[in-house]
Design a protein around this ligand. Sequence first.
Ligand SMILES: [Fe+2]
Ligand SMILES: [Fe+2]
Length: 194
Amino acid sequence: MTKFQQDELQQLIKNFLFEQNCIETYHHCISVGDYAFELGKRYLENPEQARIAGYLHDISAIYPNDQRIAVANKMGITLYEEELEFPLIIHQKISKEIALNEFNITDEAILSAIECHTTLKGQYTDLDLVLFIADKIKWDQVGEPPYLVGLMEALDKSLENAAYYYVDYLLNHNIKVIHPWLWEAYLELKHDLG
Ligand SMILES: [Fe+2]
Ligand SMILES: [Fe+2]
């Protein structure tokens, strides 16, 4: 991606999100994308994929939680029971659809990272891991994430260590619903880190 293309994509995302009053989400997306790019330089052949995935990962914020089931149905997205129970998680799948249909992102690797940025999934790629971790480090809430110090320490070891640290943290902190992809990722990370 040239600087021009990058600016252009940022502008399109800005227009899209500002039109729906999702200003915070815009800043979060850019910060995650830029951080994912930096992190990606260490692990990925093409860190630009991480930047694009980050810029678009929460683009579905235009739909509030109470609309997400209906929107997903309309888009033909299949939902798990866990997603019906806790519709917040659906936003990762809706973001993927918007990236594909509104922003013409056809790179399957980028779409995959967007689609699993909240839960991760089994058979994750390094790009999936980079976006997942970047989103947790540059989170969308006020102040510093409570897991940040441990996560950064784990990240010094590897992407897998960082992802495992975060998922393990979640599982030990009153997680409301365990998404099947999160559980798959957890088992696989645990196995890989053996
Ligand atoms: Fe998200
Ligand atoms: Fe996010």
